[in-house]
Design a binder for this molecule. Structure first.
Ligand code: DC
Length: 230
């Protein structure tokens, strides 16, 4: 069973996806972390974020795994046969911008398609991203498109940075985060290949005024209904 959860940056997708995965006992595949890992690897290897072919080569060789425990979905990447934990590194704001740039290159997306399908279909999964219900798993059993207003998303991202306390980095102003979110939305929705858009058969969940608990309940109910054959 694949539960696809798509939506723009900062709608609370990560937390909701994790809570739903834990509630259902599904694995959590965070595809944003895959794009972030490519941006991070490129930085390590000296490949520019606008070098589509160079990035696609890195993406094709990417070995990644996740370990969900408590509040953290830890990310491990193998570089030259050496596994490294990059959970914190890939969450840095500039790696998020890098991931958005990296993800706009069609060869990068193509290189990551099989990887996502292989991990996702290996067991029951919550797959979180931008194009999961439309491109990666158009046959997903349940599809959810999670969104919220830009102001609310900026507020949540700010709170998330505060919680995570990104090491050695000054916390950005909330206005800066808001501008960043608008810029990222425009890029994610405007790219030629697999832009952020809602699948025709997805359920729209606007969580601007909904509690996290209510959102998790609503999504879990969709899956339970499906499992019962509904
Ligand atoms: O969800 P996130 O902030 O971790 O995602 C980082 C970037 O990766 C985001 O700007 C868009 C891109 N992305 C994508 O293009 N397709 C996905 N399925 C997931 C993320």
């Amino acid at each position: 069973m694949i539960l696809a959860i798509d939506g723009p940056a900062g709608a609370g997708k990560s937390t909701v996806s994790r809570l739903v995965a834990q509630r259902l006992g599904f694995q959590l595949l965070d595809t944003g972390a895959i794009y972030r890992s490519v941006a991070w690897m490129a930085r390590q290897e000296g490949v520019a974020w606008d070098d589509g072919e160079g990035l696609a080569r890195l993406a094709a060789g990417l070995q990644i795994r996740f370990e969900l425990s408590g509040e953290t979905n830890a990310v491990f990447v193998s570089v030259d046969g050496q596994e490294e934990e990059v959970t914190r590194e890939v969450r840095a704001p500039e790696i998020g911008q890098g991931a958005s740039e990296v993800s706009a290159h069609p060869p990068v997306r193509a290189a990551l398609l099989e990887l996502q399908r292989r991990i996702g279909r290996s067991e029951d999964s919550v797959v979180e991203g931008r194009d999961i219900g439309t491109v990666v798993f158009p046959d997903a059993e349940v599809k959810v498109f999670l969104t919220a207003s830009v102001e609310e998303r900026a507020r949540r991202r700010y709170a998330q940075y505060m919680d995570e306390g990104i090491e050695g980095m000054r916390l950005p102003e909330i206005e800066v985060i808001e501008a960043e979110i608008r810029e990222r939305d425009a890029r994610d929705m405007g790219r030629a290949v697999a832009p952020l858009s809602m699948a025709a058969d997805a359920v729209l969940v606007d969580c601007t005024a909904l509690s996290q608990g209510a959102v998790v309940e609503a999504i879990a109910a969709q899956v339970e209904e499906k499992l019962k054959g509904g």
